[in-house]
Design a protein around this ligand. Structure first.
Ligand SMILES: C[S@@+](CC[C@H](N)C(=O)[O-])C[C@H]1O[C@@H](n2cnc3c(N)ncnc32)[C@H](O)[C@@H]1O
Length: 241
């Protein structure tokens, strides 16, 4: 929801800073109506959405403050709301931001973590991951849902570089959807280079690609049940990558 400065009345994007619970709730302003074409320009939930959602349902705890990066139409964020302490969504696509706010989800329009200074217990991201040449770029915002640059890893790499600064030092973790089309082992190596621990939380094969959910955490962070190599809810063994 956009915010109005109580003194000046000026509308400004919500920024998360420091202890969110002290600053929120701030005064909400009217949610802008959706514009024609918003739905056409926002990624429709697909197999990748469902795999990340299933992993998130296993991972989330009632105490978690959750950030969903690139939330699109909001299926994952909405599913997290009853299960987490707080859920914040972001997207770079203004049409997605309008849809998410209409769904009543606290949403920030942001390019990855820009303007976001807080740390979170759980960060979820189904990023644009398709290797995309210049001639394949689509017109309009929908392109941002798919276009991962030449290797498919442009947005993923920028996300990984900033992720450690936004995970809660104790127990913070992220679930990142990756595809065999954008080389998950390169993603895992990059994550390790920036100081994160990497496990495979979920994987599923389709006829043209394999989708994986990587669980990323700061070293020394996992809770005891995760240290035993099992997830919290169903005891699924975690694989290395
Ligand atoms: C594959 S779609 C996933 C949408 C939704 N989370 C889902 O799983 O159905 C990727 C989403 O990330 C958003 N996105 C792409 N680049 C972004 C960036 N730099 N910062 C924030 N969001 C971004 C896109 O607009 C899109 O909504």
């Amino acid at each position: 929801m956009a915010l109005e400065d109580r003194e000046t009345g000026v509308k400004k994007p919500r920024q998360i800073d420091g202890e969110m619970d002290e600053r929120w709730p701030l005064k909400p302003v009217a949610v802008p109506p959706p514009e024609d074409g918003d739905l056409d320009e926002v990624y429709e939930p697909a197999e990748d959405t469902c795999l990340l959602l299933r992993a998130a349902l296993e991972e989330v705890s009632a105490d978690d403050v959750v950030l969903e990066m690139g939330a699109g139409r909001g299926l994952i964020s909405k599913s997290m709301v009853p299960l987490a302490r707080r859920v914040i969504a972001t997207d770079i696509n203004p049409g997605a931001v309008r849809l998410l706010r209409r769904e009543g989800i606290d949403t920030i329009r942001a390019d990855l973590f820009s303007g976001i200074r807080s740390r979170f217990d759980l960060i979820l991201f189904n990023p644009p991951y398709l290797p995309t040449g210049e001639e394949e770029v689509l017109e309009g915002w929908l392109n941002r849902a798919f276009d991962g640059g030449d290797t498919g890893r442009d947005t993923i790499n920028r996300f990984l570089e900033a992720l450690g600064d936004h995970l809660r030092a104790r127990g913070g973790r992220a679930l990142l959807l990756v595809s065999s089309l954008s080389d998950p082992s390169e993603v895992a190596q990059k994550a390790r280079r920036v100081g994160l621990e990497v496990e495979v939380a979920a994987a599923e094969k389709y006829f043209f690609e394999e989708l994986l959910v990587l669980r990323l955490s700061l070293p020394g962070g996992p809770t005891p049940d995760l240290r035993e190599g099992r997830s919290r809810r169903e005891g699924t063994p975690r694989e290395a990558i």
